[in-house]
Design a protein. Structure first.
Length: 429
């Protein structure tokens, strides 16, 4: 990273601080609905509610799938509604679900809480951040996405250490209650942020052409007034028809498969990372510090991914971004001792950090920004569904005696096949 690049980042941050800070806050506080933070409470929930790991895994998977389907229903709202009220409602959803987790007394209450946590945190707050950053910034989209996505990695660095320490002294219920306090603080912060600048500037309702072969400017007539939409990509009228058309296109599956594999693999390994540490005889305290290092690597490559995206485009980075994860899986399979943990976490951090910028950027490049909220909703469903399946499938594999080394080798092979598959993207653009 050259000084010129650093200066350009600082200047960009200075000129758009409020908007970027808002995007960062959303990803940072989305941690309360992310797997890595929820997993801290799992042993205590199992003990208090007297439920098995299989039962909890089933609740978690079903809650995640339901949350993804709900996101598909409401995610498009960000395309044509003011950002502030939609954001506040999402924060309150996450806040209420966190409070319910703190006082949970029955598996049904736990299930409802998990739905809200997954929808509000991993779903809506992440969705809002990536959508408004992609839509608002065009020339510097990579920088905007990389800065806002730093909230993910910083959350992974801060919250496990903080919440883990508080659990030790106050117990898990008070710690979950503390999460409610953090979210209340977030609501107050939003009062002093110019969120309205991120709203869609035009209030006129626009209809879009449906001819995919249309390259010339498209003229449509609304209320006897002709509006010219220059080089507007095909966006069918109506949500259902729009989704059906997306599902018929090869580009959707070329983008969706790597997204599914990355989320599935990262969730599977991290959901059972403490079992991994125990089977490898790694000290849990030392491994926790290493995981903080993973967050730092993810942070660095979120920034670097933004630089690469602005320089080479999201498409050109996308075709290679899974390779470090494949190498990390091989390191886990073959390296001895703590070197396996270091190589595994470092390489996963590279891919996850880069992906946080590349995926939103390539969606904007291929689908445009007019209905990016609706487009991202469908891709988020793919990602969230993979995170629902991962604990079940990885848990089953571990139960029948599959080792983490074997899982690492299989992951590397899947990364190789998926990477070859992603090169087909050049045929459909």
């Amino acid at each position: 990273m050259t000084p010129i690049t650093l200066n350009s980042y600082f200047l960009f941050l200075k000129n758009h601080f409020e908007q970027l800070f808002f995007g960062w806050l959303l990803t940072f506080f989305s941690s309360f609905g992310q797997t890595f933070l929820i997993s801290l409470f799992v042993p205590f929930i199992l003990a208090d509610l007297v439920i098995s790991k299989t039962e909890f895994g089933t609740y978690y998977a079903l809650a995640t799938v339901i949350a993804s389907l709900l996101l598909l229903r409401v995610g498009h709202v960000i395309d044509d509604r003011p950002v502030r009220p939609f954001t506040i409602k999402s924060i309150f959803l996450l806040m209420g679900s966190t409070f319910l987790l703190a006082i949970v007394w029955h598996p049904i209450a736990l299930f409802i809480s998990l739905i809200g946590l997954r929808l509000g945190g991993q779903g809506l707050m992440s969705h809002i951040s990536m959508t408004v950053m992609s839509r608002h910034f065009d020339k510097d989209r990579g920088k905007a996405l990389s800065i806002s996505s730093l909230g993910f990695s910083i959350g992974e660095m801060v919250f496990p250490l903080l919440m883990g320490a508080v659990i030790t002294y106050l117990g898990w219920r008070y710690t979950a209650g503390m999460g409610v306090g953090f979210l209340i603080f977030f609501v107050f912060i939003t009062r002093w942020i110019d969120i309205e600048s991120l709203d869609i500037k035009s209030t006129k309702k626009v209809a879009f052409a449906t001819d995919r072969t249309q390259e010339a400017p498209v003229a449509v007539e609304i209320d006897d007034e002709e509006i010219v939409i220059e080089n507007q990509p095909d966006i069918p009228i109506g949500k259902r028809r729009f989704y059906k058309n997306m599902l018929k296109e090869n580009r959707f599956y070329i983008l969706a498969l790597p997204s599914f594999l990355l989320s599935f693999t990262a969730t599977g390994f991290f959901f059972y990372q403490y079992i991994l540490a125990e089977t490898r005889n790694w000290d849990l305290g030392l491994y926790t510090l290493m995981f903080t290092g993973y967050g730092a690597v993810r942070l660095v490559f979120s920034l670097y991914g933004g630089i690469l995206t602005d320089k080479y485009s999201g498409i050109n980075i996308f075709v290679y971004h899974l390779i470090p994860m494949g190498l990390g899986a091989l390191f886990l399979a073959f390296l001895p001792g703590y070197w396996a943990a270091i190589g595994f976490l470092f390489m996963f951090g590279v891919t996850v950090g880069t992906s946080a910028v590349v995926k939103p950027a390539i969606i904007a490049e291929l689908y445009g920004t007019a209905r990016i909220g609706q487009v991202r909703s469908l891709f988020t469903v793919v990602m969230v569904t993979s995170t629902a399946l991962a604990p079940l499938i990885y848990g089953y594999c571990l139960d029948i005696g599959v080792t983490f080394s074997t899982l690492g080798i299989v992951t590397a092979l899947l990364v190789l096949l998926t990477t070859l598959h992603t090169f087909r993207i050049y045929r459909v653009i």
